[in-house]
Design a binder for this molecule. Sequence first.
Ligand code: PLP
Length: 365
Amino acid sequence: MPRPIQAVIHLEALAHNLKIVRASAPESQVFAVVKANAYGHGIERVYQAFKQADGFALLDIEEAKRLRALGWTGPILLLEGIFSPQDLFDCVQYQLSFTVHHDVQIDWIEGHPEDAQFDIFLKMNSGMNRLGFKPVQYRHAWQRLNALSQVRHLTHMMHFSDADGERFGESGITYQHDLFEDTIRDLPGPKSVSNSAAILRHPLHSDVVRGGIMLYGSSPDYPTHGLHDWSLKPTMSLRSEIIAIQMLEPNESVGYGSSFVADQPLRIGIVACGYADGYQRISPTGTPVLVDGIETRTIGRVSMDMLAVDLSAVPKARIGSEVVLWGYSSTGVILPIDDVAAASGTVGYELMCAVTARVPFTIQT
Ligand SMILES: *Cc1c(COP(=O)(O)O)cnc(C)c1O
């Protein structure tokens, strides 16, 4: 028998979450963001559920090719743009739209054979200060691109740094959105501004929305809102089993470093899941976990292949009991990935991307 850990991908939940994106941005084209191998879910696994999207967005040309191999003929947007002039040949061959965020990329397009026809998302740096043209440079970049015969279509694009909350005590989006609207004021062309947090929290005009994390059942503004507040469903369940049971006497400890010491007799379960499976080693004692559908907590240090759980709330637990690290139990109880992430000092994004290659995936329809 294989080691009992597995990641279950829930197709119905993925399709449901896509519908929530649509309902939240009914006037917009919905691009499903599937970067990082669909936030760790696997592009091939989620594709069936996301086929109703208007487009896909990702970073790697290799991932774009996988979407084409699945039969996707609609738009694909490269969110970090092209990394070399050679990439433009792939953009032609695989019909890829891409972000332009730097003058050097415009030089490359200029130098490309003139029969190419590129769809470009011109990115403004509205304050995140990672990618894009600052407002004073943006219009010049737009004019340069607009004059090129290789450019078929231009979309104005920006990315919010604070759509999930506030910035300097004020709305997290107003300052960036105003700057953007001001800069593009009389330039023609559609706009793409919203990520998940903006889609859910701010009804903005965004001709193309780029929904990511909400598709995968994690709330972009947790803990202000949890997935239930946004009617989202978990899309990945990381499950394993109890493979051993120990009784701790007072002053006995469990795991490396003896970081957890029992102060009373304690029945604990040892779970076949560790950091080599992608469960975070920094997840401390007290991180929530489900055993047989009942919420309890991890105790002690997470090791490479195992972790320990407190069984006092689950007296019937035995070897073979189901353990849910996040997602759905097989009986339908939900442990939101955001709760596990918060206890671990991180976000759902990181947990779902961290599941390692040794964990077998299954798909549930
Ligand atoms: C990742 C990404 C998104 C999606 O963000 P979520 O918070 O996951 O919805 C949207 N736009 C850009 C440019 C991105 O890099």
